[in-house]
Design a protein around this ligand. Structure first.
Ligand code: MSP
Length: 521
């Protein structure tokens, strides 16, 4: 039986056009999904949009549209961006989909019937942009601790979820090992929320209408976070008839998100699942933010870099690469077009692109495109071959653990080693002596074989350009499968290469920056 792998992004608020910040989580999940599929897993990759709540209602009103019409427009933009970024999601859930609403109503009523939801009076502070309730002690300088914006005093009849009852179980869960990563987030959750005393969560609102109605008390709508978190099971058909693979895919193998919404995923969500007697997700992984200057990139801060402009001009694969390459595990990353363009030149054009074009053009030049079969190994080859053999299992480990930037770093180290091998073996000198022809074929084969292994490992990150690389070195069928990366010598000895334009052309950084400033942004 094949193993299943269920991976999710947060469902995004369609409160404005998507930007590069949104791309990190989605591209990272896409890489891991593609990698898992390549390794034979039956993957379900879910993404979607979180369309209810006061924020969307307000935005729609400001745009002179009904909330649904407003959300429809922006959801199209998200879908367009994911198609553009070559995201291989399997399902797209919208919280306004009928089946999702059915699941949310079931979840809310079931929690109520089980005694985990009760009616009370809510008085406190509410941050509209974050759709979060705060107590006075949680505020920072009287403002929302998440986004630093003003909060408003709220008082209304509301339903509450008994989060406080789950304190001990949640603490045990968080401290049990690998449920929440990186480790630093565990301390943050335990110290900032559990140790200070978990409070029950307000889970309904009466002050606005744009939400899922509580089916047994229609003047209430379900609080957006209970609505939103339920997407992870509604999209599998939990208590709805649209899908029927809950038993197959649940529990999720990993929920991925940025750090600001860990609280909901590592406290509220597991508690809801415990209350429903459902299995818990295996892992919550919270990465850092893409920042520009010292602020999280976001629509409201007005420092968004348009992924459509950058992707069209420099290639989707280069953009995907950059987004992942700069994000350290457990840290934030910095995005600037200058850094992006530099990275294209150093990693993609000079290192990888150069290795491919030099190797392929030498096979074209010295062998008319098709390598001869005889080999003559030398001691000098061992270092490159050993590295190429050792690396794949390390890369697998990094991708499995979501250390994607480190995986790329490792692959680039093999590319660099192969470039050094060209300098060490100087094929152009070998080409001058006919008696060295066999040695020359050996050197070029070792290069093509290293390229094959690198391209397979890079394919989840840069799918289109790596397919092209594999085709240029004449690799096909089993020679391009993930299974074959652990072996050196898989490529046909008499492979035929195809030369072509540079896969990643070098960029004139100064000129491009002028272009981006003047014409694009
Ligand atoms: N709707 C909620 C999530 C509900 S999930 C059950 C929400 N939406 S959001 O549109 O604000 O998206 C937040 C998520 O978008 C982050 O957690 C992260 O995954 C991604 N990012 C948005 N901006 C980002 C950066 N600048 N940097 C990295 N990722 C960020 O919260």
């Amino acid at each position: 039986m094949t193993n299943k792998f269920y991976i999710t992004t947060p469902i995004y608020y369609p409160s404005g056009s998507p930007h590069i910040g949104h791309c990190y989580t989605t591209v990272a999940c896409d890489v891991v999904s593609r990698y898992k599929r390549a390794r034979g897993f039956d993957v379900l990759f879910l993404t979607g949009t979180d369309e209810h709540g006061q924020k969307i209602e307000d935005k729609a009103a400001a745009a002179g549209l009904a909330p649904q019409a407003y959300a429809d427009q922006i959801v199209e933009e998200f879908k367009k961006l994911w198609t553009f970024m070559n995201i291989s999601y399997d399902r797209f859930v919208r919280t306004t989909d009928d089946y999702h609403i059915k699941t949310v109503q079931y979840v809310f009523e079931e929690l109520y019937k089980r005694g985990y939801i009760y009616k009370g009076q809510y008085t406190g502070k509410y941050c509209k942009p974050c759709e979060s309730f705060w107590t006075d002690s949680q505020l920072v300088d009287g403002k929302c601790p998440d986004c630093g914006r003003e909060v408003v005093e709220t008082s209304e009849e509301a339903y509450f979820f008994k989060l406080s009852e789950f304190s001990d179980r949640l603490k045990a869960l968080l401290e049990s090992g690998t449920f929440l990563e990186p480790e630093s987030r565990v301390k943050e959750m335990v110290n900032n929320f559990i140790k200070t005393g978990l409070e029950d969560v307000c889970v309904s609102r009466t002050s606005f209408k744009w939400g899922v109605p509580v089916n047994f008390d229609e003047k209430h709508v379900v609080y957006v976070w209970v609505d939103a978190l339920s997407n992870y099971i509604s999209a599998l058909g939990y208590h709805n008839d649209t899908y029927s693979d809950f038993d197959k895919y649940w529990p999720a193998d990993i929920h991925v998100m940025a750090k600001e919404i860990v609280r909901f995923h590592s406290l509220v969500w597991p508690a809801m699942l415990m209350a429903l007697d459902l299995p818990l997700p295996k892992k919550i992984y919270a990465h850092g933010w893409i920042v520009m200057g010292d602020k999280k990139m976001s629509k409201s801060l007005g420092n968004v870099v348009d992924p459509f402009i950058l992707g069209k001009r420099y290639g989707i694969d280069a953009l995907r690469y950059e987004i992942l390459r700069e994000m350290p595990y457990a840290g934030d990353s910095f995005f600037s077009t200058e850094l992006f363009l530099q990275r294209i030149n150093t990693d993609l054009a000079n290192n990888l692109g150069n290795l491919v074009s030099r190797s392929v053009s030498m096979v074209a030049k010295y062998f008319d495109g098709t390598l001869s079969a005889e080999r003559q190994a030398e001691e000098l080859d061992a270092d490159l071959i050993n590295l190429a053999k050792e690396l794949p299992s390390k890369v697998e480990e990094r991708i499995d653990d979501f250390h994607l930037c480190e995986a790329l770093d490792l692959i680039q180290s093999l590319v660099s080693r192969a470039n050094k091998y060209i300098d060490e073996t100087t094929p152009w000198t070998l080409a001058k002596s006919p008696e060295m022809k066999i040695r020359l074929a050996t050197v070029l084969y070792n290069l093509l074989e290293t390229i094959r292994i690198c391209a397979i490992m890079l394919e989840p990150f840069m799918p289109e350009s790596m397919k092209e690389v594999l085709s240029r070195i004449g690799a096909s069928g089993e020679e391009t499968s993930w299974n074959s990366v652990h072996e050196f010598g898989v490529l046909s000895r008499t492979t035929t290469v195809r030369a072509g334009d540079p896969i990643f052309p070098r960029i004139n950084i100064e000129e491009e920056q002028k272009f981006l400033l003047a014409d694009a942004c």
